[in-house]
Design a protein around this ligand. Structure first.
Ligand SMILES: NC(=O)c1ccc[n+]([C@@H]2O[C@H](COP(=O)([O-])OP(=O)(O)OC[C@H]3O[C@@H](n4cnc5c(N)ncnc54)[C@H](O)[C@@H]3O)[C@@H](O)[C@H]2O)c1
Length: 343
């Protein structure tokens, strides 16, 4: 039985606490939060859980094997580095840290101490995203031309990070998982409409090579909740709509081709294919349960988590490069040996 300490029980922490409690291999021993009201709410829900306003009571507890962090991003590095240094396995919410330097340092501390470090890239643990990966890998879509994703809603506005750091880790982690490669160049455009200094609407472009490109649009300022990703290939196209309760993925047998032979420009006609639409069956298991169960498997069997510290670092490098691009009028930023080369 793993003894878990959870730091942060605001909006997201309680979901982690509930899922650890439901797994039969772990129990939440202590929960820390600065807000006493949140702690008393947790105590009402889980009377046997200890509560504290001082997270050091978790770090210093010799019975705790796993520290789980669901606090604002600016605190992730401090809590995660202290927990790893105290010999605890660490699960930290996305994004793993607020700079690539800090993320890299966490990866190194975990490696040095032979501990597991995992980041909460929750969507790669959903059955729908796993299905999309299978479809992309099988070659059914042909060569991937581009991916377009949108994650829009009204709120929740964050105080310490912009909308890209808040929402885009989901899209970036899904896209890197599907394509199994990192982008070479990125650019970002955004605007701050409400408070004048934190971008609340943004678009990130990631270029993987001369052809393959991905666009991600994120917003805290949209009337509709939209979580949609379109993957366009040379043979077929796929749409993932996470807001749909059941039919989350549709595969469209649609494509466009250039004619192989034509004599004059007048004869030239693109050929459009309009075929069937297939809706694969998707299993409805809660992704957080799959994610935390995978984390426990990695600890038990000494495996590398699918969303390892290194994967968290890849995402943070892209977010850091997006800040650079935003500061420089959406310039193209080359991701090259941890340096930004503005083009
Ligand atoms: N994986 C997902 O799908 C998902 C979804 C939502 C949020 N998140 C992530 O979860 C993290 C928390 O987000 P949230 O929306 O729950 O934020 P939140 O503001 O609702 O909750 C954060 C909690 O941390 C507590 N806290 C802050 N400093 C602390 C300290 N020094 N010691 C103890 N507690 C402290 C706050 O009092 C608050 O209760 C973020 O990293 C966010 O990106 C992940």
């Amino acid at each position: 039985m793993y003894n878990v300490g959870v730091i942060g029980c605001g909006y997201w922490g309680p979901n982690l606490i509930r899922n650890y409690t439901q797994l039969n291999r772990s129990r939440v021993k202590i929960v820390a939060d600065l807000d006493r009201d949140r702690l008393s709410h947790m105590k009402k829900l889980y009377p046997s859980v200890e509560t504290t306003i001082d997270y050091m009571n978790i770090i210093n507890d010799p019975e705790i094997n796993i520290v789980t962090i669901a606090t604002p991003v600016s605190t992730h590095y401090k809590f995660a580095s202290e927990a790893l240094s105290a010999g605890k396995h660490v699960f930290v919410e996305k994004p793993i840290a607020s700079s690539a330097k800090d993320a890299e340092s966490l990866v190194n501390i975990a490696k040095k101490n032979h501990l597991k470090l995992m980041v909460g890239h929750t969507f790669i643990y959903t059955a729908a995203v796993k299905k999309m990966k299978e479809i992309v890998q099988s070659g059914e879509l042909g060569d991937i031309y581009y991916i377009n994703s949108q994650r829009l809603n009204l709120g929740l506005f964050q105080k310490d990070i912009n909308v890209l750091w808040d929402l885009a880790p989901h899209d970036i982690s899904i896209i890197l998982y599907l394509l199994d490669q990192e982008p070479k160049w990125i650019s970002a455009a955004g605007s701050s409409n409400i408070n004048g200094f934190i971008e609340d609407v943004a678009v990130l472009t990631m270029k993987f090579n001369d052809k393959l490109i991905a666009f991600t649009q994120v917003s805290w300022l949209d009337p509709d909740k939209i979580r949609k990703m379109t993957v366009v290939g040379s043979k077929k196209m796929m749409v993932y709509d996470d807001v749909q309760p059941t039919e989350k993925i549709r595969i469209y047998d649609k494509a466009v081709e250039m004619p192989k032979h034509y004599d004059t420009f007048a004869e030239f006609q693109y050929s459009y294919k309009y075929g069937d639409i297939i809706i694969p069956k998707i299993d409805g298991k809660e992704p957080l349960s799959t994610e935390l169960s995978h984390f426990l498997d990695c600890i038990e069997q000494d495996l590398t988590p699918m969303s390892s510290g290194e994967k968290g670092l890849e995402v943070v490098k892209i977010l850091e490069a997006s800040d650079e691009s935003l500061k420089n009028n959406s310039s193209l930023v080359e991701l090259c040996n941890n340096q930004f080369l503005l083009n």
